[in-house]
Design a protein around this ligand. Structure first.
Ligand SMILES: Cc1cc2nc3c(=O)[nH]c(=O)nc-3n(C[C@H](O)[C@H](O)[C@H](O)COP(=O)(O)O)c2cc1C
Length: 222
């Protein structure tokens, strides 16, 4: 599974145009079983929803099916300290799991119709939605910062650290900011993210990618 998720990390790019077909029952149940696992493991309330309306809101009103996708994860949970990061981490897993299963994804933390989605998931904190479906294309790699701009290691960096940073640079971040810094010393690694409205979510996504790239057996977070 880890190898497949690592492969998916390289293949995943945001897709904003989908082919208009719905997910099959088997695709939906595959995704829902992963959602159930994550909800149990991290005490979350993520759901996979289908809608006639695509809950995408670019211009202040609901765009009906404009992007050719009608299935989306709602990243939701009871509000608590650090919940954005946990939901970011779980959302990243869902994107890679979807990719592994031949599907494409699109994070939307700012441009979805929050009022509409709130009517579907009541009483929870909703940090983002992720549209999931059959892309018209596979998307393209994002413009990326260099590893030296986002990381430092005391002494000579071991291979696992380099691999972790390379994986972190593949992570989707809001507005592609990549505003993180990863520092390592011995087996200890720390991750910081420049403060902003999406920094908690982005931090969780980057953390998830670093762990996959570096291998959890090689280091510990501090
Ligand atoms: C937390 C988060 C929020 C995002 N919100 C939006 C959004 O509201 N609208 C949008 O078009 N893209 C959104 N994106 C997609 C980013 O623009 C995209 O991930 C980034 O440019 C990197 O590209 P990649 O996903 O192809 O690697 C968001 C991504 C993240 C991680």
């Amino acid at each position: 599974m880890t190898e497949q998720l690592k492969k998916a990390m390289n293949e995943r790019h945001t897709v904003r145009k989908f082919d208009g077909t719905s997910l099959s029952d088997s695709e939906k149940s595959t995704l829902r079983s992963r959602v159930d696992e994550l909800n149990q493991k991290y005490d979350l309330s993520i759901v996979l929803l289908e809608s006639e309306k695509t809950p995408v809101n670019f211009i202040g009103k609901v765009v009906l099916g404009g992007a050719g996708v009608n299935t989306y994860f709602v990243l939701a949970a009871d509000d608590r300290e650090g919940i954005d990061e946990v939901l970011g981490y779980a959302g990243s897993d869902l994107c890679l799991y979807a990719q592994m299963n031949g599907l494409n994804t699109w994070w939307m933390a700012g441009t979805f119709n929050r009022k509409y989605v709130e009517t579907q998931v009541r009483g929870k904190k909703i940090v983002s939605i992720i549209a999931v479906g059959h892309g018209q294309t596979q998307g393209v790699p994002h413009k990326s910062k260099d590893k030296d701009q986002v990381s430092s290691y005391t002494g000579e960096a071991p291979e696992w650290f380099e691999n972790g940073v390379a994986a972190a640079l593949l992570a989707p971040t809001a507005l592609n900011k990549q505003d993180f810094h990863i520092s390592g010393e011995g087996r200890k690694v720390s991750l910081t993210y420049k403060n902003g409205p999406m920094s908690g979510i982005d931090k969780g996504i980057v953390k998830h990618h670093f762990e996959l790239g570096a291998g959890l057996e090689n280091f510990e977070w501090v």
